[in-house]
Design a protein around this ligand. Structure first.
Ligand code: FAD
Length: 161
């Protein structure tokens, strides 16, 4: 099957956008990712899929922990920075939850310790056991068909089901 067909078809699945953050030898790193999902309620597990060629892959293997930061629509520039898409990079002041750097002002910060690593073709699935969750009000940054999007309706406040 043609790679482009596969990419184009997968891009039709509208997602939010996250930045995965971790820390190695006291240094904070981030990577933009939309291959994120909730996996299990008991225990609380989430999953991210990271390309083996990404520097984040080696970093996660070392640190064994990560935070998933779900971006707001105002954080598109951060998404571009951590995807390596900006010509002019800039310094980021990371926040902190427990033993992990986080993106301040994100819609949600989820900190995890790696529970399992599953090899899947040219990616590795890092299944994380959730250690802490922090939520803020706001509207999500979204990604569909290779472009950033915004929700039409503004969610008014944090709601739990
Ligand atoms: P680097 O190249 O080291 O980092 C990426 C960028 O982040 C660089 O520009 C770097 O300067 C910057 N950066 C890192 N740390 C810091 C810091 N502390 N301060 C300031 N800047 C910093 N790839 C996947 O594997 N899985 C996915 O699910 C996925 N989803 C994506 C979704 C979207 C919407 C986009 C746009 C890209 C996605 N990618 C995904 C691709 C991935 O984001 C890029 O391939 C990324 O460049 C890989 O980064 P790296 O780990 O190799 O790290």
């Amino acid at each position: 099957m043609d790679d482009r067909l596969f990419r184009t078809a997968m891009g039709k699945f509208a997602t939010g956008v996250t930045v995965i953050t971790t820390e190695v030898d006291g240094e904070a790193f981030g990577m933009t990712a939309n291959a994120f999902m909730s996996v299990s309620l008991d225990p609380k597990l989430v999953l991210i899929s990271v390309g083996k060629k990404a520097k984040m892959h080696e970093r996660l293997k070392k640190s064994k922990k990560y935070a998933v930061n779900i971006l707001t629509k105002e954080q598109e520039k951060l998404s571009m920075l951590f995807a390596g898409q900006l010509k002019e990079e800039f310094e980021v002041d990371f926040g902190r939850i427990q033993d992990l750097p986080i993106i301040d002002g994100a819609l949600v910060n989820i900190t995890c310790h790696v529970d399992k690593e599953v090899e899947a073709g040219d990616h590795t699935l890092f299944i994380g056991k959730v250690t802490h969750i922090q939520m803020n009000d706001g509207s999500p940054l979204m990604f569909f068909s290779g472009k950033y999007r915004e929700m039409k309706e503004e969610p008014s406040e944090i709601q739990s089901i």
